[in-house]
Design a protein around this ligand. Structure first.
Ligand code: ADP
Ligand code: MG
Length: 593
């Protein structure tokens, strides 16, 4: 039971504040997480890790020389928002690029993915390596679908050591991928864990039983067993992991026995001894093992075994020194403290430098978002009902929360004199942070992508509108990975984009191209009634969804239609500064407009 807190809602934040207070020689707090408080050599690759809180020492405890440069820290068991990842990565970056690495969970993939798009768009070269070590979560032929558990440590450690050695981003990424390919874990649980303030555990394991293959948040296991003896447990874990060993495994392994929260160190050591004996008997050499709490799950009673199959270079980086609050190995020369720039400096600077024309366009971009909010509010209930047929019924409320936050952030940016790119990135960030749900993360990224494509300028041409439409749709397909026919909003988005580009390419003005695109989106959204969902939460209830359109496709069609109408009305009413913006028309410089 987690008992020490004032307000459960502040638990993750206040625990992180206290962690930083106890470790100022290692870490400094930034908006969204922590970064090293010590000097990082210029040009070093920054390994940025992260995930939900409640897994200490993952993730903030692994920040320091030889390991991570920063950690994005979400709420309890919840992914950090994309904006948090982005800000931590920016603060951690030392000019050598960023490697994002984290366990493979849907929420983290969306939010870190969105941050990656944004960092790359801003010229900070960023790559991603997902950790997928848990053999219980998918069969070997779907290894990329496995989730990440204690294998986080091997991947982070090798990548961090490679960065410390001065290797470039390509090499650090290659070594992280290789380490992940050669890491396997399996966990067991004897009892559940309870979130701060909750009155019941997230899951329970029946008395006298052990659940095999349970994840680090209580995801379903593979099977239940009567509580084994230590020798039986060691045998079970070792045999399952050896049966799943990678090709070219070799004979040298790192073994990690990881406690998930409330198993005593003495018990972990006892088990480790038996595991080492079994591995040796199988002809393997155990190299620099670890035994202790490395990736936990609050007060969960359970443990896991991880094996990393070494080769020469992986062994070198695994054995290299590291110095972090929770993981220390070998000796590293002491580092000088560094000064961190104030978090919002760049944003404030950008806004200050916007010209009157650019700020006016920023205001017009915010006005477009207000129209989007109008249409979401009008259809909130209908969208919720549609999502309730085969999903979880939250599409209306989620869109509402997202767009309300987006409009508020846009208005704040406008009040600070911000231009289009700044208004839209602030709005998109707020959208994905506040909406919750898949569609919110995707909408937020799309709005940010459109903002980055448009930039902060004094005027726009029709070609900019085409670029913004392409970027908007591209962000959603890239992050969500849905394809045409999966029954998602992509089924309305792609026809929208194609109709826009076709009309615009044929010389039609932006307003008419938008109208044609919205019409295509509406028809396509209707057409999703005949499809079975292949992505998202509605997938398990695919049959129920037949005959009803996809909620995300419908909301997008409604919004596109409203934006097209708004654009046409703005064009019809000449204004002093008549260059349209976020939806992006021009000043008559092109044949289209
Ligand atoms: P959640 O599914 O998290 O409850 P919402 O209910 O707000 O989120 O949104 C559901 C909509 O999200 C679906 O109708 C679908 O259009 C869209 N969606 C879900 N997954 C994806 C994906 N991978 N790519 C694109 N759109 C998706
Ligand atoms: Mg939903």
């Amino acid at each position: 039971m987690t008992q020490i807190f004032d307000n459960p809602a502040d638990f993750a934040d206040e625990a992180l504040d206290g962690f930083v207070a106890a470790n100022r020689g290692y870490v400094a707090r930034v908006d969204g997480g922590v970064v090293r408080s010590t000097e990082v050599p210029a040009g070093q690759v920054a390994l940025v890790i992260g995930g939900g809180s409640g897994h200490y020492p993952a993730f903030a405890g692994l920040v320091g020389p030889g390991l991570a440069a920063g950690s994005a820290c979400g709420n309890m068991f919840a992914s950090p928002a994309a904006g948090q990842v982005y800000r931590v990565a920016r603060a951690a970056s030392a000019g050598g690029g960023v490697l994002l690495s984290y366990g493979n969970y849907a929420g983290d993939v969306l939010h870190f993915g969105q941050a990656q798009l944004r960092l790359n768009a801003e010229g900070i070269e960023t790559r991603t390596v997902l950790v997928t070590d848990d053999i219980a979560s998918a069969p070997p032929e779907q290894i990329e679908k496995r989730r990440g558990i204690a294998g986080d440590l091997t991947v982070f450690k090798v990548a961090g050591a490679a960065a410390e050695a001065g290797l470039g981003l390509d090499e650090v990424e290659r070594l992280a991928i290789k380490t992940n390919h050669r890491t396997r874990s399996l966990g067991v649980a004897f009892g559940g864990c309870t979130l701060p303030g909750a009155d019941a555990p997230l899951f329970t394991v029946p008395e006298g039983q052990m659940s095999l293959g349970l994840g680090i948040h209580g995801e379903p296991g593979i099977s239940e067993h009567p509580m084994p003896t230590a020798s039986e447990l060691a045998g079970l874990l070792v045999s399952r992991l050896l049966a799943d060993k990678p090709e070219d495994a070799g004979t040298r392994v790192v073994a990690i026995v990881n406690g998930l929260g409330t198993v005593k160190y003495d018990e972990l050591f006892l088990l480790f001894g038996k595991i080492e004996t079994l591995l040796t008997a199988a002809g393997l050499t155990v190299v620099e093992p670890e035994c202790g709490e490395l990736v936990t799950s609050l007060d969960m009673s359970g443990l896991s075994l991880t094996l990393l199959w070494l080769d020469g270079e992986l062994e070198q980086y695994w054995a290299a020194p590291a110095d972090t609050p929770a993981f220390r190995k070998g000796n590293l020369a002491p580092r000088a403290r560094r000064e961190l720039a104030a978090a919002d400096e760049t944003a404030a600077e950008e806004a200050e430098h916007a010209t009157t024309a650019a700020a006016d366009l920023g205001r017009q971009a915010a006005a477009v978002l207000t129209r989007v909010r109008d249409v979401v509010v009008e259809h909130e209930e209908e969208l919720g009902n549609l999502d309730a047929i085969a999903g979880d019924g939250d599409h209306g409320i989620g869109m509402r929360r997202g767009v309300d936050a987006a409009v508020a952030a846009a208005e704040q940016a406008v009040a600070a004199g911000a231009s289009v790119g700044r208004v839209l990135t602030a709005a998109g960030e707020a959208w994905s942070e506040r909406a919750g749900g898949t569609s919110g993360a995707l909408w937020g990224s799309a709005v940010i992508a459109a903002g980055l494509a448009l930039g902060n300028r004094d005027s726009y041409s029709g070609g900019d509108a085409a670029a913004a439409v392409t970027a908007f749709v591209g962000a959603i397909t890239e992050l969500g990975k849905a394809e045409l026919g999966d029954k998602t909003m992509v089924d309305a988005l792609l026809p929208f984009r194609d109709a826009f580009l076709t009309a615009f390419g044929a010389g039609m003005p932006v307003a008419a191209s938008l109208a044609a695109a919205a019409e295509a989106a509406t028809a396509a959204a209707d057409g999703t009634s005949g499809l079975r969902p292949l992505k998202g939460r509605a997938r398990p209830l695919a049959e129920k969804s037949l005959g009803h359109p996809d909620p995300g496709a419908v909301s997008f069609a409604l919004i596109s239609e409203r934006i097209a109408r708004h654009h046409a009305s703005v064009r019809a009413t000449p204004e002093p500064a008549a260059s349209d913006t976020a939806s992006g028309a021009g000043n008559g410089v092109r044949k289209n407009d």
